[in-house]
Write a protein that binds this ligand. Sequence first.
Ligand SMILES: *Cc1c(COP(=O)(O)O)cnc(C)c1O
Length: 469
Amino acid sequence: MDWQDFGKWGRRAADWARDYHANLRDRPVRARTAPGHVLDRLPAAPPDAPEAMETILADFETVLMPGMTHWQHPRFFAYFPANAAPVSVLAEFYVSAIAAQCMLWQTSPAATELETRVTDWMRQAVGLPEGYIGVIQDSASTATLCAVLTMREKALEWRGNRTGLSGEPALRIYCSAEVHSSVDRAIWIAGIGEENLVRIPTRGPWRSMDPDALRDAIATDRAAGHLPAGVIACTGGTSVGGSDRLDEVLAVACDEGLMSHVDAAWAGSAMICPEFHDYWSGIELADSVVFNPHKWLGAQFDCTVHYLRSPEDLVRTLALQPEYLKTHGADGIVNYSEWSVPLGRRFRALKLWFLIRAHGLDGLRGMIRNHVAWSQALAARIAATDDFEIVTEPMLSLFSFRYAPKGATDLDALNLSLVTAINDDGRIYLTQTRVDGKLAIRFQAGAFTTTEADVVTAYDVITEMATRL
Ligand SMILES: *Cc1c(COP(=O)(O)O)cnc(C)c1O
């Protein structure tokens, strides 16, 4: 294919996308593929001769599409949403066509300056105070890694990158058990070691770190000759939405002179609605904040916004400047590749710009408010249904429940069978988690195209499958 042919195939892809989305509701949400089935249908060796586009597309339809789980399905209630608003898909199409490598300001000034502008739009939209500077990362995991590396370097007075960690005291990082596994990974990769990730007990319905326990843990570590380096808090933990009371927890980090990072990967998008700001009370004390517009907000994956109080610390941690990357004499310009682990950078700002302009913050707020209201209504209905119990109350649009008929003995096994039966049925898709050792079924509403009727269908499927067990 060359660019002459591209118009024809591009139009066909756009029509395909329109039809795919028009009929998505009729497909089972989760793929029904047996392991190895797709692999077996793919030739083991690559073709030597070029193949016709028609043949490739036919295989795409018949071999691959049946093996896809439909994340944009209106009844995808599993994990977290990964919305791709049509306008952001379109932006990605333009980005791929231009295919600029946006590592330095001079490698595409517009990409850098748009990133500066739209991350600041997002900052205002979620109510972060002035003074936070944003950058777009490829994932929340990367942003958390960047924060942990910065914690390490600050605590070691910038020796770590040069001399390594041997001979240094144990660096200690504090979080609750509600944080995402990307925190563990960041600790491993940063060379800090899992044993130095200190889990602070939580309390209350928010599952927030106990600030006194945090203070005590830091004091104990200092007395033992360890080196406390940072506190990682979360808003909207992955399992059931556990959220630290930031005013309490970040205050301890400030008092102790420790850098703090807040992972709001999923819930951060909801902060465009002022009525949810209780969850962010105290956010202004954070040194680093991350959330994913690629989850709830509709910016096609991948698009993570990362806000920093002092980007200089991150740049001091990550920037190396070989001669060929220096942009001499260009004061006041930003080279975002110094703010992230990979050198290469895609032009991710464009989809945020398209998205925010095409929907307006009001359009996005309306969607999020509906999801929260419908989820809470479903939780209330399940709570009022015989033999069901709510395990964790809704945090925004996420809650967990379980089926607990009187006399049942192994509720974990029963609920695992229920979630399997629900997902095999195909009308909706849910995932399970463990809450205080008990198996619970999670529900979250967050897809762009979900309607109230879809959430009502979820109730019907859940109760129907439970009676059939
Ligand atoms: C989804 C999620 C992550 C991981 O996000 P990636 O962008 O996939 O790395 C981290 N933390 C929380 C709370 C999440 O919900």
